[in-house]
Structures are given as C-alpha cells and as structure tokens.
Write a protein that binds this ligand. Structure first.
Ligand code: GDG
Length: 736
C-alpha cells in the first residue's frame, strides 16, 4: 500500500531525557494539527529530528528513542551537535532565514556551513529513502530542507514529492546574491509541487527560476528536465475551532477559575471604562519588528497624550535562537527600549508596557487574546503570521481590532484588518488611534468577515488542499510517463530496426544532436558526434538525413567532407549523399528587406537578442535576453508580424528561444514527406526538439518512431530527456 511521508526539521514530538529517563509527548503546534489527518492515514510516517543530539544519547537511549517515536508513527534523523551548530543554527538561521526575510546585512555566507547543510539534507533524504517505495507521496517542509526533494527524486523518480516553504521567498534581486543559488533551485525543483503562502512568493520564485536556470514557465508550471513542476500558493490557516472554543470556555469561567495573569489583566481593564489593552505576541526575532513597534507606541503616546494612563501595550516575546548574536542584540535593544519608555511615561498607577520575555502555556495565551482590545502585529517581513489569525479566532463577540503589517503574508487575505507599513510610525500611531476609537459596529463588521474566512480555510483545509493538488500532479506527470521512451520501448524499437530492410532516420541538428549553446555558430559538431553519424551513415540499408533550419553554407562548412544526406533552410536545399546541392523549393526573399528593420528595432530594445540572417529566413534569437522582458517582446513581435505577413506567403515559427520568419510553403514536414516517397521504407525514425520539427512528426507514417527531445506538448509518440540521451540512443542503432 502506498503511503504518505511528511518530512520536517523537527518531529511533532517533545523528546526529553531526564536522569536517563525518556519522556516523549506529542507537540500541539499548528503544523502538527493541520497534518494530523495526513499523518494518521494508512501507514503514514513523519520523519525529522527528535531534538536530542547524538552526543546526548547512548546506545540504549537511542534505541529507546527509536522505539518511542516509532510508536508515534515517526522516524528520527540522527543529528550531531556539529550538525545542529552548522546546518541549523548556522546555515538555516544565519544564512537562509535572514536572506529570505530581506535582512541582507545579517546574512553570512560560510562555506563550512553550506557543506554541513548539504550533508544534513542528505541525512534526511537517506532516512526518507530507507522508508520509501515507488508510488509513495512525500511532503517536505521548509527552508531547512530545500535540497531534499531533488535528493529523493534522483533516487526514486517514481515518488510524488511536494515541498512547502513556510517563510517568504525573496525577490530575484535578493536571491541572486546567494552563492549557491543554482543548487538550491535544483534542490527545490526535485518536487512535483512547490507551495508558498502567497502569490507574491510564487512570482518571485518564477522570476529566479527563469533568470537563473533559464527554464520555461507557463502559467504556474515549470518544464524541468522531463517533468512538469507545478507551483501554487496555499495560505496556511489555523485550528480555528481550538482557539474559538477555548475562548468561549474562557468567557464562561468562574472567578475562581481565573489565572493569575487574567486577574492582573482584569485589574487593569476594570480600572476605568476607557482603559484598553493592546497586545503583541511573537518569537523574539528581528523579522517581527519588535523595536519598531515599541518606537511607534512611544510616538503614539507623544502624539496623542490623551491615551496616557488609558492604554497599555502587553508584549509577549518568546525566546528564540538566543545563541545567535543578532538575536542577543535584539533582546538587549528591546530591554532598553521598554525600560526607556516605561521610565519616561510611567506613573504610580500605570506602566505603559508590560513586557514578558518567556513562553506561556496555551491557557495564558487565550487570556491575552481574549482580554485585548487591539492586536498590534508589525513584522518587517513574515511568511504568514499565525498570531494575527489566532487573535481573530478568539474574538467570540466579534469585537476587537487587528492592526497588521502589510509585510506579513497574512495581510494578503486579511483586508478587513487595519493594514500598516511597519516602518511608518506616523501610520501606525494613526491606526492605533483609529482602532482604539472604532465603533463596536465597525469592529464587528470587520471581525465577522475575517472570522468567516478563517473558519473556512483552516489549517486542515490547507493541508488537504495541498495534498489534493499534489495528488493531481500524478496524473499530469503520468501522461508524460506514458510517452517516455522507456527501455522497453527502446528494446522493441531495436527489434523492428534489426528486422527492417529499408531504414530511414530523420535527425534534427540543434538541440537534438547537440545541446544548446549561447551563439548558434558555436554549435560545431564535435568528434563524438561525427563518429556516431559516420557509423550510422555506413550502416547497410539505412538512410540518415540531417534535417535542419540551418542555412546551406553552415552545413557545407560543417559537413562538407562527409557524405551525409542533408536538408537545410527548413527544406529549401537538399544534398543527397555524394551528389551536389539541389534546391527543392523555390523561394522569394524580397520580403526580408521589409522585415529586417522591424526585427532590428526589437534588437535595439531588447538587450541580449540578435538577428540571424539565413538565405531564406530571418531568425530573432532571444535566449540570452532577460527572460521576462523577452516574454513581453515575443508577444509584441508576434502581434506586429501577424499583421504584417497576412498578405504575404510568410509564416512565423516559434522555436526554442527563437522566432523565425520564412516563406510559408516550406517546412521540414514537406521536405521529409518528399524524401519518404522515394523508397518503401519499413523502419522510420524521426527525432527533433522544437516547434519546427512538429511538421515532420505530422508527416510520418503511423508506425514510425517519432521522438521529441525534452518535455513539451508534442505530436511525437515519445519523448527523451536531452541531447546526451539522444546520442546514447543513436549508439544503440550502431551497436546492433
Ligand atoms: C513561521 C513563519 C508562518 C507564540 N508564543 C507562544 C505560543 N506561540 C505560538 C502562536 C503561533 C506560533 O507560536 C507562532 O507562529 P507565527 O506564524 O506567528 O510565526 P513563526 O514562529 O515565525 O512561524 C510564519 C509560520 O511559520 C507557519 O507557516 O506563519 O510566517 O515565520 O501559533 O500561538 N504558543 C504558546 N505559548 C507562547 O508563549 N503556547
């Protein structure tokens, strides 16, 4: 039975060892809740680190941990203290975290940590591989494991892999500074589905993929090697019911049941009708905008002094990554700011900021959420921010106001909050005033809409939607699988080849016999290729025809000394083995002088593009141009050309990063059909990589083997990965 495996840095368990005694308890975080049903289904498994290093475990304890986590349907990835220092505290938290949150000045690029990151990602992949069979579904989580999808896919291509990034994906201008950017992108592209919280992150990812790897992106699909990688946004929700019900229970509490914290909160709230509480909760992290918030609060008190002694900011900052210097500095800065402001504004009966640097039990969190009139969430950058959503879920009377930074992913779906720019103190102060004075009617209207959405799109729904989309990629890639030129098909093809009496092979040149190069003139045939072609050409009862859009002089130059059959200029010129060249289509070229200047204006406006003037066609190459600009220009050029050529016998062909204009009564298909009519071939093989080769595929007899290089929509029967694989295939013909 196929299973689903979840992979994350930490297991959803608290593993504690005290005096050689092991204590394992499930953790109650949002992710664990959301993935509960995915994890508990069938023989589901969760793979991650237990939180205990190798050094803290002896053999006996390690065995105990293994047993205990297995009972919880989990498997551990053993990590040493060195791994944690370098892969986790180092590369994950000192490189990826700041870089992806746009904190370039905090980002360290240390080779030793990168090496450790790779090694640990491999450790995770190895444990996954140990537990995986073909057909399984694997869902990898977050920035600590960006390389894992590829590590799994390379070894087990028949698994379905999803990846979700919980933090922002930065803009290309940030990501391009990363020294190992290609490797990271390839790592992620090992997935079949990549998920982000928002469409903006998705957009930035596409931009990196297009610019750095030069891959083709269509809508939200990336053509990658022989697969399609789908990318989509899935805004993570919360366990709405849990927070809402806890808040309801809290409202109905007897006085005696109240916590100490609740009593203190009540003291403040009951002091005066107009006293209000403002709440913020976050991990002590520089991305969360804690100093900004305090300064903005100071600005607020100075600008609107009427609120002094009336409002209090309750700030819960949960200790986090306190070994990292930037976090230590942030802690110091926060302590100082709170001290300064409290010192400056406090009266005998009022301190403006209540500051807790610790974590609190869930019940106290509910005390805070339900007692606060305003939640002030001001991150500088935040992938999503669940605190904002939790506050909304606890407002059982639909009162209260959420002030939320537009830099948090959550802002994209929480329009009814008061959205602020966390760097604009004036804006924050104004929003605070507005929130504190907002009518109950307006509060309830806004809160009602926010709650409705959160109630519908919960964390469970988020997980199910992701899984549904991931499962759908199986069908998507399944149809490609069916067309792949598998070993079995190759075997059958060789049997047909061997028993045939008259064989014909049509071979496209660029992108098929050779890989792509930046300058077309650099694609000179290498020694290996000539050896293969010579051997094919010498086979008995076998005609090979190299058929290309290249011009005749180029092929004369490259193959002048060989006795191959050649068709150039998309089918204008033909050279039969030892004969001379023959023009098989008569063509006009007077149109070129009109079209050339138009193409030149596109070259001028699109750096990196150039025109190739062939004898019978004009080609505008854009493979070296900025992919996004090129995309816009190709649409423009197409529109211009379509209106121009409607009265001429010209056609526009879109090849692989090239647009070619040529006479429409010539194409590779017509030339190939003419050749086919010469003899009664009983084995026909045609291979090519781009649009212009589709004409050939269309003209082939039904029993021909037609093969497309690279995965794209095609009329060919089969596809093959790249030109390297093409050469391997051609060698098979020779060896038999
Ligand atoms: C990352 C991304 C993204 C906080 N203090 C206490 C406590 N919490 C709980 C909250 C909330 C969670 O921690 C914090 O979640 P956030 O989403 O706000 O932030 P990150 O930890 O930075 O999470 C973020 C998230 O991943 C999910 O994809 O939204 O953008 O940075 O659930 O309630 N819980 C308890 N005591 C506390 O003192 N019990």
């Amino acid at each position: 039975m196929n299973k689903t495996i979840i992979v994350s840095n930490r297991l959803p368990l608290q593993v504690k060892i005290e005096e050689n005694q092991l204590n394992v308890t499930p953790s109650v975080g949002g992710l664990a809740t959301g993935l509960k049903s995915v994890h508990s289904e069938g023989n589901g498994l969760w793979i991650g680190w237990s939180g205990v290093t190798d050094e803290e475990l002896n053999d006996e304890l390690a065995e105990k941990v293994k047993k205990a986590v297995t009972k919880e349907k989990c498997a551990t990835v053993p990590l040493s203290q060195y791994d944690i220092d370098n892969y986790y505290l180092g590369f994950s938290n000192k490189t990826l975290w700041p870089l992806f949150h746009y904190f370039m000045e905090y980002t360290e690029f240390e080779n030793e940590q990168w090496e450790s990151y790779k090694k640990v990602n491999q450790k995770f992949a190895d444990v996954v591989l140990e537990h995986t069979d073909n057909g399984d579904t694997i869902w990898v989580h977050d920035y600590q494991l960006l390389l894992v999808p590829k590590m799994i896919k390379d070894k087990r291509p028949n698994t379905t892999i999803g990846f979700f990034l919980h933090i922002p994906y930065p803009s290309y201008e940030i990501f391009r500074t990363f020294p190992w950017r290609e490797e990271l992108l390839h790592g992620m592209l090992g997935s079949d589905l990549i998920g982000f919280h928002t469409y903006d992150y998705e957009r930035h990812f596409f931009s990196s993929v297009k610019r750095i790897l030069r891959l083709e992106v269509k809508f939200n699909e990336i053509s990658y090697e022989d697969r399609i990688v789908k990318v989509d946004s899935f805004p993570m929700g919360i366990d709405y019911k849990k927070f809402h019900e806890a808040a309801e229970k809290h409202t109905n509490q007897e006085a005696s049941e109240r916590s100490e914290l609740q009593k203190r909160l009540d003291d403040h709230l009951q002091a005066d009708d107009s006293t209000k509480l403002i709440l913020s909760i976050d991990r002590m992290d520089y991305t969360k905008g804690i100093p900004n918030r305090i300064r903005a609060f100071e600005y607020f008190l100075n600008t609107y002094p009427e609120f002094k002694e009336k409002v209090r900011l309750i700030m819960l900052a949960v200790p986090s990554r306190s070994d990292v210097p930037q976090y230590q500095r942030l802690k110091r800065e926060t302590d100082e700011l709170v001290g300064r402001i409290n010192g400056q504004f406090a009266t005998v009966s009022w301190t403006p900021i209540w500051y807790f640097y610790r974590s609190m039990p869930f019940e106290n969190l509910i005390d805070l959420y339900t007692s606060s009139d305003v939640a002030l969430i001001t991150p500088i950058r935040d992938g999503m921010n669940l605190v904002a959503k939790e506050y909304v879920a606890t407002r059982t009377n639909k009162d209260g106001v959420l002030i939320l930074s537009e830099m948090a992913g959550a802002s994209k779906e929480m329009n009814e909050a008061l959205l602020i720019n966390p760097n604009n103190f004036y804006g924050i102060a104004k929003a605070l005033k507005y929130a504190l004075e907002m009518s109950l009617e307006e509060q309830q209207k806004r809160m009602g809409i926010l709650q409705k959405r959160l109630q519908r799109y919960t964390v469970e729904k988020w997980a199910l939607e992701f899984m549904k989309t991931l499962n759908a990629t199986k069908q998507n890639n399944g149809t490609i699988e069916a067309k792949k030129l598998t070993h079995q098909v190759q075997k059958e093809m060789m049997i047909d080849f061997n028993k045939a009496n008259k064989r014909l092979l049509f071979l496209d040149y660029d992108g098929t016999l050779t890989g792509f190069v930046d300058n077309p003139e650099d694609a000179v045939p290498d020694e290996e290729l000539i050896t293969i072609l010579d051997a094919l050409n010498n086979l008995e009862n076998t005609d090979i025809v190299i058929i290309s859009g290249r011009d005749r002089p180029t092929f004369e130059d490259w193959f002048g000394n060989e006795s191959y059959n050649l068709i150039t200029d998309h089918g204008v010129w033909l050279k039969t083995k030892d004969d001379d060249w023959d023009m098989i289509e008569r063509l006009k070229t007077d149109w070129m002088e009109h079209i050339s200047p138009i193409l030149e204006t596109f070259v001028d406006r699109t750096p990196g593009t150039f025109i190739e003037k062939k004898n019978y066609s004009l080609a505008w190459h854009y493979r070296k141009a900025d992919p996004e600009l090129a995309q816009i220009r190709t649409v423009e050029l197409n529109t211009v050309l379509t209106s121009l050529i409607s009265n001429n016998d010209l056609s526009v062909l879109r090849g692989n990063k090239v647009i070619e204009i040529k006479s429409s009564n010539v194409n590779k298909g017509r030339a190939a059909a003419r050749w086919l009519a010469k003899k009664n071939y009983d084995f026909v093989f045609t291979i090519g990589d781009d649009w212009t080769d589709e004409f050939m595929f269309d003209e082939m007899p039904e029993d021909a083997y037609t093969v497309k290089v690279g995965y794209k929509k095609t009329h060919a029967n089969y596809y093959i990965k790249d030109s390297e694989k093409v050469r391997e295939l051609l060698k098979m013909f020779i060896s038999k």
